[in-house]
Design a protein around this ligand. Structure first.
Ligand SMILES: [Zn+2]
Length: 346
């Protein structure tokens, strides 16, 4: 894999990951004004949760026509100046977190307040607008895994970054505003609430991830397994379609995976996504979230939590009163049934 760095006309960084030789990047012809992000976090005094306020994002691109896709290469409106690419990562034009945010006062009405001094990136998986992660050749999925590892290493090294989250939203039902196959990376300046809870669970139960994996491998909800990874529907699944993909070795993040683990990850991840799409005979809206350990605490094991909000061919699971209001999950589908259907969908 060859990495080439460049800058877009507004100063944002763009990094090409090429399977063949490297490239001399085409300059961005757009002459964009420098970005002026306004990202701040406030701490909910009732829960301690960080809430991020990004008023500038309300003007972001929303479902443009296919011929104006900003992720297709080379057009006048494109974020990617080069006429073709394999995998490319660049700073989001409408970030939720940005280290360029100017200082903010330390509090507002007694609530702690801070700059959202992180970084948000877009990762394009292919220059083919109509493809999807599940349809890509294995070699490309493997390149994407290497790109994720490289981005994780680079973003983790930025001062103040506490946690790097790699994810993909797929489908308009999930709120995707661009159809082109792509994912995102959030480099947070704090540890996210869900990760804090996992770290607390791991502190109370040494060997937590090893024990969970062992129990799931011996249980009845394994979807597929290899030498280095196992995919299963967790016993306490929250979503109607949900699978976790866990490495057999305790690694904190993508950077710690060896070549054999990365090879098998590409195979199993693509297989899992294909099973999701086969469930209802139509592309499934999903969120693929890669949990990585925060800086300075390796007790969390890298793993994927993949889930869909679709609970039947024509029905969506909405987060209503109990989930949205109380974070108390009600799942209408038994995890054992979900696992059996995902096994059969292979
Ligand atoms: Zn496109």
């Amino acid at each position: 894999m060859n990495r080439t760095r460049a800058r877009l006309s507004d100063g944002r960084e763009i990094v090409y990951y090429d399977e063949g030789p490297g490239r001399v990047p085409v300059p961005d012809p757009r002459g964009l004004r420098p970005v002026e992000p306004l990202c701040e976090t406030r701490r909910d005094p009732l829960t301690g949760d960080h809430v991020t306020i990004t008023a500038h994002r309300n003007t972001r691109t929303f479902l443009p026509p296919a011929d104006q896709c900003p992720l297709c290469p080379g057009g006048p409106a494109s974020e990617i100046p080069d006429p073709s690419y394999d995998v490319v990562a660049f700073e989001n034009r409408f970030p939720s977190f940005d280290v360029r945010t100017p200082p903010v006062p330390p509090e507002i009405d007694g609530v702690p307040r801070a700059r959202g001094a992180g970084r948000c990136e877009v990762v394009c998986f292919t220059d083919d607008h109509s493809a999807s992660m599940a349809q890509l050749p294995l070699s490309r999925v493997r390149t994407i895994v290497d790109a994720w590892a490289d981005r994780t290493a680079e973003l983790s090294a930025i001062p103040g970054i506490r946690q790097v989250y790699v994810f993909e939203n797929r489908g308009v039902e999930i709120g995707v505003t661009l159809h082109h196959p792509h994912g995102q990376i959030y480099a947070y300046p704090f540890v996210t609430p869900r990760t804090e809870r996992m770290l607390a669970a791991a502190a109370a139960h040494p060997g937590l991830f090893e024990d969970v994996l062992k129990a799931e491998r011996e249980g009845g909800r394994v979807v597929l397994a290899g030498e280095h990874w196992t995919a299963y529907v967790p016993a306490a699944a929250r979503w109607p379609v949900e699978a976790h993909l866990m490495p057999h070795r305790h690694v904190p993040d993508f950077t710690a995976l060896d070549a054999a683990e990365r090879d098998e990850l590409a195979v199993l991840y693509r297989d899992l996504l294909r099973r999701f799409d086969a469930l209802y005979g139509a592309p499934l809206p999903y969120v693929a979230g890669w949990h990585q350990a925060p800086a300075g605490n390796d007790s969390l094991r890298l793993h994927l939590e993949l889930f869909s909000i679709r609970r039947a061919p024509d029905k969506i699971k909405y987060l209503a009163g109990s989930e949205s209001g109380m974070a108390a999950w009600i799942n209408d589908v038994s995890p054992e049934d979900a696992a059996a259907r995902l096994r059969a969908a292979g």
